[in-house]
Design a binder for this molecule. Structure first.
Ligand SMILES: [Zn+2]
Length: 876
């Protein structure tokens, strides 16, 4: 491969402590879009007793203008500069190094380091962006106190921000001004941030549990000031929650959030100065859906929670990424569960895990939650590190109990505050606080792959016993052919014929966590006078695949009576999945609604007392991706047809019920949880109606058009818009035009307009996506826009996976182009091609050809090279 020269692997086992500490860094930055000058003064202290022959500082794309050691200009023999940084020869024990470099923010399209976009200067330093700003030991265990002085023209950049507290400001000659910021907490460079631009602030305050007042500021473009209240309210709720649930208080006097349209990720937890993708800040009922509002609540909380899990206790090295991400995702999931419906939140968490992490764990990009090696760390911001990492923390919470878990986190913060630590340190704190032995649990962090748990239950009517046997196995993953058993907490209840939970032991407990530590184990429950149905893995108590061989009747029964929301939902999913798979096996045959599924859906439709958001979850079908996951070879077209057919059958069968729901749930827009659930359910009713048979559907399309026109909020408008644009039988060109004209000045709304079209399985879909890429509003430099088209396109299954390979070839062309602009985003978007082994031979060939074509690209980035290399070693 072209990039093999810089494609070397970094191994966890190679970790070396720092030879030098950097105690303080003072940055002086003269901002200019074309040529920014950065002067850095580093105070270095040698740690090792032996003198070092050389000291390497990371640096990328920096133009060195000046270098001084202890105030003296350094001769050229005293240092060397190459593509990876600056090497100092014969460094003293303690010294001050001063460098002045030039960088080019406007040309920085990778959006890593300092960049200039949308008229603002912004930074993104995680994971390794700081080395694109100045020469530094750019690794998370290098903790230093930062002082930053920003200079910029007053006119274009009235606002100058960095981490910590603003300690001084003033005017420079020629219309420039400056501001100096000090962060009292030593931090790694990945948490550094600075921002400059013409920004307006929404301000508020928060009083901490100890009575300190914190200034809260959200910086946005002036016209977006009225769209920040959800973000501000979420921030205050998160701050309170972390005090109540974890005893964690905010530490600085100021907490700032800046929103931008140009951002590679969701948001970044820079100390005291979060930088956010605008998608997770801005919302008004006219422009944002209920899902957007919930996304803001959870991402604002996530980044805030990092202040303790990530910032105050940080990472020793990037292999420990899940130490901050898994723990913080768990914390934000629990926060959202407390703020909203716990059952609905859990279903959503599991759906995301299964959609993104299970496939990753089953493919060539599989890696442990704590990886052993990487080439480009940007490629490890994965569902495994985040979502599976959160599931491991959740299992610890289950195994140790709520109080035990809190004892563990208290000890973890007490021991490690202000330090850069490892996952091992976290697990040890959990052990020590609870006198627990988690030695076998550690396997979860080291071993990739999703365990399969098989259940077998026998009821003995004579002995009145129920015997449950659970066994586990984990399929091999790249580099790990043999797997060990892991301790799997399986939450269990046994449900009798009256729909009640049977007592599981003499204490009368009706629910238990069984821990399956070995390959197979059997449990026997006594005193069971009646037959029981096992409700296993309640609340999805472990990130595993479960085979629980129940008949349809039992599943239908659980779907109606199980008091565990997750398992109730799962029972209906299983029934629907079975029905779709039957349709895949016998394509074209007329399906009828299986009676077990019919009963479960009917009971849900009739239960008007149930939380509408949960009801909507129960009535939704498994995604095409999830169905595909269950097949040895993913039958793209057959799955799409079978799922649409089932939608239509359910639409017809319950036509009257859907119609009643649709009319009964109509309401004026409100933002409370109940109203959100009602909207969700009503829009689900509309979608079943539109998918019902042709005669009725035409009529329902009129309803959808009406809803599109009359909606007083984006949730309802977009639901109707999506149905009209994506339904294969209806022409919606006029609606497309109308939507664009109305919202063209709202980038986040136009992202939705692009994405919904890119996902539409229309006859001319590929041509249409090509048209989207040349649309005047399309911009290769804005990641949100690129994801809206190319990311959405990969979810347009029948088109992306077209049997003639046209979708793959087209997609690879675009990734090639994107790699020259934004390698990080290109690599992330390319991952669907890594799943080529899951498809038939014809598609496999086309997908590997696309990968090969990418591998042959000149100037292939390290990011994309690594993904291709792991996805298809044969492409080299
Ligand atoms: Zn995070």
């Amino acid at each position: 491969m072209m990039a093999s020269e810089n494609n070397s692997l970094i191994h966890r086992s190679d970790y070396q402590p720092l030879a030098y500490l950097i105690t303080d860094i003072a940055l002086d930055v003269r901002l200019d879009p074309e040529n920014t000058e950065v002067t850095a003064r580093l105070h270095l202290q040698r740690q090792s007793p032996e003198p070092a022959s050389a000291l390497h500082l990371d640096g990328e794309g920096l133009e060195l203008l000046e270098i001084r050691r202890d105030g003296q200009s350094l001769p050229e023999t005293g240092y060397a500069v190459d593509g990876s940084g600056l090497t100092l020869f014969q460094p003293e024990q303690d010294f001050v190094l001063e460098t002045r470099v030039r960088i080019h923010p406007a040309a920085n399209l990778a959006l890593s380091g300092l960049y200039h976009a949308g008229g603002h200067f912004l930074t993104q330093c995680e994971a390794e962006g700081f080395r694109r700003i100045t020469y530094y030991q750019d690794r998370p265990d290098c903790l230093a106190r930062f002082t930053v002085t920003l200079h910029a023209p007053q006119k274009t950049c009235p606002v100058l921000l960095a981490n910590g507290n603003c300690v001084a400001q003033g005017n420079d000659p020629q219309g420039f001004h400056w501001a100096r910021w000090e962060d009292p907490y030593p931090k790694p460079s990945y948490l550094f941030a600075m921002v400059a631009g013409d920004l307006a602030a929404m301000r508020d305050t928060f009083t901490t549990q100890s009575g300190r007042q914190v200034a809260l500021e959200i910086y946005v473009a002036e016209r977006d000031l009225n769209a920040c209240s959800q973000a501000m309210d979420s921030l205050k709720r998160a701050m309170r929650w972390d005090e109540v649930v974890y005893g964690r208080e905010y530490d600085l006097d100021r907490y700032m959030i800046v929103a931008t349209d140009s951002f590679n990720m969701g948001a970044m937890e820079n100390k005291g100065l979060n930088i956010f993708n605008a998608k997770y800040v801005l919302a008004s009922p006219e422009t944002a859906t209920d899902t957007d509002y919930q996304g803001i609540e959870s991402v604002i909380a996530h980044e805030y929670f990092h202040n303790w899990t990530g910032n105050r206790v940080t990472l020793r090295d990037w292999f420990q990424l899940s130490l901050k991400e898994g723990l913080t995702v768990f914390r934000d999931q629990e926060f959202s569960a407390d703020m909203n419906s716990r059952g609905v939140q859990r279903i959503g968490d599991v759906r995301r895990l299964r959609a993104a992490q299970f496939p990753e764990d089953a493919g060539p990009l599989a890696h442990p939650v704590r990886p052993d090696a990487y080439s480009e760390i940007n490629n490890f911001y994965t569902a495994t590190v985040y979502e599976k990492g959160a599931e491991l923390v959740r299992m610890l919470h289950t195994l140790l109990g709520k109080e035990g878990f809190r004892r563990g986190t208290d000890l973890y913060f007490e021991r490690h505050d202000g330090h850069a630590v490892t996952i091992e340190d976290f697990v040890e704190a959990m052990e020590d606080a609870n006198h627990a032995d988690l030695s076998r649990f550690r396997t979860w962090y080291a071993q990739a792959g999703t365990p399969l748990v098989k259940a077998h239950g026998v009821y003995d009517p004579k002995a009145h016993t129920y015997t449950l046997t659970l066994s586990q196995s984990t399929p091999p993953t790249p580099g790990q052919p043999l797997k060990e058993p892991v301790p799997i907490p399986v939450r269990v209840a046994l449900i009798n014929t009256q729909g009640e939970k049977a007592a599981l032991d003499i204490s009368g407990a009706r629910e238990k966590v069984l821990v399956l530590e070995e390959a197979t184990r059997t449990w026997t429950f006594q005193n069971m006078p009646d037959p029981v149905i096992p409700s296993l893995l309640r609340g999805f108590s472990a990130p595993v695949r479960l085979e629980n061989p129940l008949d349809d009747q039992s599943r239908s029964f659980l779907a109606c009576v199980d008091d565990d929301p997750f398992n109730r939902w799962e029972s209906i999913q299983e029934l629907a999945l079975k029905s779709i798979l039957a349709g895949v096996q016998n394509p074209g045959t007329v399906q009828t609604l299986p009676s077990a599924l019919e009963r479960a859906l009917s009971a849900t439709l009739q239960d008007g007392a149930m939380d509408p958001a949960f009801r909507a979850e129960l009535l939704s079908l498994p995604s095409e991706d999830y169905v595909g996951e269950q097949m040895a070879v993913i039958a793209v077209d057959a799955i799409h047809q079978a799922r649409d057919a089932l939608l239509s059958i359910i639409g017809n069968h319950f036509h009257g019920e859907w119609l009643n729901l649709y009319h009964d749930l109509a309401a004026v827009y409100e933002r409370d949880g109940l109203s959100i659930g009602r909207r969700r359910l009503r829009n689900m009713a509309l979608s079943y109606l539109v998918y019902s048979d042709r005669h009725r559907a035409d009529d329902m399309t009129l309803h959808a058009r009406q809803q599109y026109v009359q909606a007083d909020n984006m949730t309802d408008r977009l639901a109707a818009f999506q149905l009209l644009v994506q339904h294969p039988l209806h022409d919606a060109e006029d609606i497309l035009m109308d939507f664009y004209q109305k919202w063209q000045d709202h980038p986040l709304v136009i992202d939705k307009w692009f994405a919904i079209q890119a996902m539409a399985p229309r006859a001319d879909a590929l041509r249409h996506v090509q048209y989207l890429l040349v649309h005047p509003a399309f911009d290769w430099k804005v990641p949100n826009r690129v994801r809206a088209v190319l990311g959405a396109f990969t979810m347009n299954h029948t088109v992306f996976h077209a049997a003639d390979g046209s979708g793959y070839a087209f997609f690879a062309e675009q990734i090639r182009r994107l790699d020259d602009i934004n390698p990080q985003t290109a690599a992330r978007l390319a991952t669907p091609l890594s799943r080529w082994q899951r498809y038939d031979e014809v598609r496999q060939k086309a997908m590997t050809q696309a990968l090969q074509k990418l591998a042959a690209k000149p100037h292939l980035s390290r990011d994309l090279a690594e993904v291709i290399q792991r996805a298809y070693p044969g492409a080299a």
